[in-house]
Design a protein around this ligand. Structure first.
Ligand code: NAI
Length: 700
């Protein structure tokens, strides 16, 4: 295999990475070995004044290490030896007797950045494809080719921790600001600037070195405070469920002030411990799923998406305002249809609040926010609707109201324009029954809160055209979301799985379990919030309506629990938006609502495992039925949807990966026992029974 080209001209050696038969450069062990031989040769070569490492690939320096090699590691000792070997090869770059420089004009991630860090100097470009970072923590490991040690030396402790713990990816300019690269130049001037930079390395390197920052006062004199602050943040963010983050902190602490060689050895030990864990395998699996989803067009039929520039949003409630934000941020023209002008105030207030957060976190400037807000306009009629490419409906969850609106939209809008609904439970085929052009109608189900939730369920009705599907999938991706095409059934994929879980939690409360304890046990399991807090957040009215649609569609299996009915209908509680639901919500805290607690007299001791089993197995069972019915293409996409739409803990790899970890035969045995005690809603799905019988798993 060829991994690079080499030339030596007027004392400047150029190693141009160009992996044979590949569009990207990847730092596999095979590539490292080829590099190793070349570096040995360079050590011996006379007359080299400087080594330049660059890439021939468009938009890529080195995309990273070979993830499948990390995934394949099963033995800690073997992992340690391999990583030590990689470290030794990369260290040969820093051991060369002449200066070395990495020219980064494209993605420089993971192992790629570790190689660049072993060079004496780094020059990056403003190319939008230049992305620099060490994202290993997202795969449940840490940088193992010296990245932790060399980055700290370059940027100081706090910045290195921030970059590695956050798995942050920076553009060239930001990398320059943080001291990760020595300079960042416009891509059009690269040739000329590179020459000047090399001249400076050869003639006055002090000018470059003087610009380097050596870390803050705290980094140098009070590292213990930096560590304790970072540890507090990590624990708050991960609740101790992600060992890589903790291991990174431990490693930095252990290697503080130590020699590079000791640091490298400890880094390799920490890496190899993490690389063989199930958590790392789960996170790598999710990475593959997300890469596969990025390539999906949403349809197997051939279709070119329409470019969407102007969007109408009808309904200025919680979801409407979120959607308006999302598209205005994308610089699309957004026209809101209100019932009354005063609704504009509320909607714009919530849009502005999200933008304020962006300004505070310095993600956007005030001027940029001003420009984005200028994309939004509103009407109480349908003025301006005829020019729009897409209308997104987010009005009340009521079939007649929605169908009446679609008839009006079909009258006004262009024949080619798409009409999409944000319905959370109503069938798309049913909603489009009376439309003249059902082929241009589709479900585009965002999750609440829209700015934060990455999932968008895309639901095609029986007559939806491939072009319509491809267009909304492309639009959702453009907006930075993860679209997943799901089948047109009541509740679609996520609500169909999630509602039985909330219902089951409420039933346990009905049987005498303390609901605050249920919430605690479920969050300890890894869900971001417990089912009762979730019900309050969604709104008990919204949740109840969806639960009723599911009960009508699936019968006894999804019968709305008695307590949910009483809390919403008799007590008129709406959840967080009205300050009262299962909890009393004030600006500062959340307390159990005694009035709801008093609805149940019985008390029964529930052990923790029973609570987890009932909550999780009811979801696993419904998920298996969804797969059986083809509501989603495969287990990977279902797991991604659960993670992106409900916050199911990524470290568990997804709901069905969790089922695999329990063993499908034991899942079926537990479901049967629950069916005996609690009724047919736990009857194991046919798919689970047959998979258990054949000793199959969702993942191989
Ligand atoms: P909401 O009650 O906050 O807002 C609905 C808005 O639509 C109100 O501003 C209302 O005045 C307006 N509206 C009603 N009929 C209208 C009409 N004919 N023309 C113009 N505006 C009209 O409701 P929310 O929560 O925003 O839900 C909207 C849709 O999104 C529903 O279909 C819901 O099922 C769905 N959804 C809700 C989620 C949630 O968590 N709240 C999550 C995902 C989807």
């Amino acid at each position: 295999m060829k991994a690079f080209t080499y030339e030596l001209k007027e004392g400047i050696a150029t190693l141009c990475l160009d992996l044979e038969d590949s569009v990207v450069n990847i730092l596999s062990f095979e590539v490292l070995e080829i590099l190793d031989a070349k570096l040995d040769e360079l050590h011996q070569t006379k007359g080299i004044k400087l080594l330049k490492i660059t890439s021939a690939k468009e938009g890529i320096f080195i995309a990273g290490a070979n993830i499948s090699e990390i995934e394949g590691l099963r033995d800690e000792q073997e992992a340690y030896e391999l990583v030590r070997k990689g470290q030794r090869i990369i260290s040969k770059i820093s051991d060369l007797s002449f200066p070395t420089v990495a020219i980064i004009n494209g993605a420089c991630l993971g192992g790629g950045l570790e190689l660049a860090l072993a060079c004496d100097y780094r020059l990056a470009t403003e190319n939008p494809k230049t992305k620099i970072g060490l994202p290993e923590v997202n795969l449940g490991v840490l940088p193992g080719f010296g990245g932790t040690q060399r980055l700290r030396k370059l940027t100081g402790l706090s910045k290195a921790l921030e970059l590695i713990l956050g798995g942050k990816i920076l553009n060239g300019k930001k990398a320059e600001k943080l001291g990760l690269v020595d300079a960042c130049v416009p891509v059009g001037y690269l040739e000329f600037k590179e020459k000047a930079f090399i001249d400076m390395i050869l003639n006055s390197p002090d000018k470059i070195l003087a610009k380097r920052k050596t870390g803050s006062f705290m980094d140098r004199y009070l590292p213990s405070i930096v560590f304790s602050y970072a540890r507090k943040n990590v624990m708050a963010k991960t609740k101790g469920k992600y060992p890589a983050a903790i291991s990174i902190l431990d490693l930095f602490e252990k290697t503080e002030g130590k020699d590079l060689q000791i640091g490298l050895d400890l880094e390799a030990k920490a890496f190899s411990k993490l690389a063989v864990t199930d958590i790392s395998k789960n996170l790598i699996g999710l990475f593959y799923s997300s890469e596969a989803l990025k390539k999906e067009s949403g349809t197997k039929r051939k279709a070119n998406p329409i470019l969407i520039n102007m969007i109408n949003v009808i309904g200025a409630g919680v979801m409407g305002a979120g959607i308006v934000f999302q598209f205005s941020k994308l610089d699309k023209l957004v026209r809101m249809k209100l019932r009354r002008y005063e609704q504009a105030g509320e909607a714009m207030k919530s849009v502005a609040k999200v933008y304020e957060g962006f300004i505070k976190r310095r993600r956007l400037t005030k001027a940029e926010v001003g420009q984005k807000l200028a994309h939004i306009s509103y009407t109480t009629e349908f003025n301006g609707f005829s020019h729009c490419d897409l209308a997104l409906e987010a009005i009340v969850e009521n079939t007649e109201a929605k169908q009446e609106l679609y008839a009006q939209l079909e009258e006004i809008m262009d024949e080619k324009a798409i009409i999409a609904s944000n319905t959370s439970s109503l069938s798309i085929s049913m909603l489009s029954e009376k439309m003249q052009h059902p082929e241009r109608f589709i479900g585009m189900h965002f999750f609440n809160p829209v700015p934060r939730m990455p999932l968008v369920e895309i639901i095609a009705g029986k007559k939806t055209s491939a072009k319509t599907i491809a267009t909304v999938v492309a639009l959702a991706k453009e907006a930075g979301k993860t679209p997943i095409v799901v089948g047109d059934c009541a509740g679609f994929l996520i609500n169909r799985i999630l509602l039985p879980y909330i219902n089951e939690a409420v039933r346990m409360f009905e049987e005498g379990a303390d609901y605050e304890r249920i919430d605690k046990i479920i969050t300890d399991f890894g869900m971001p919030i417990g089912p009762f807090v979730l019900a309050d957040e969604v709104g008990l009215d919204v949740g109840y309506k969806v639960a009723k649609v599911l009960e009508d569609a699936y019968g006894d299996r999804m019968k709305v629990s008695n307590i949910l009915d009483r809390v919403y209908h008799q007590m008129n509680l709406l959840g967080k938006k009205a300050g009262k639901g299962f909890y009393i919500h004030t600006a500062k805290k959340r307390e159990v609502n005694d009035a709801v607690k008093a609805l149940v007299f019985s008390k029964r001791a529930f052990d923790e495992q029973e609570i987890i089993d009932r909550a999780m197995l009811i979801m696993i069972n419904e998920a298996a039925m969804c797969l059986e019915e083809g509501i989603v293409d495969n287990a990977q996409y279902l797991d991604m949807a659960m993670i992106m739409g409900t916050g199911f803990p990524p470290f568990r790899g997804g709901l069905l990966r969790y089922a695999d970890s329990l063993g499908l035969d034991s899942v079926v045995i537990s479901l049967k026992a629950l069916e005996k005690n609690h009724g047919l809603r736990f009857k194991p799905a046919k798919l689970l029974v047959s998979m258990a019988k054949n000793k199959e798993t969702f993942y191989h």
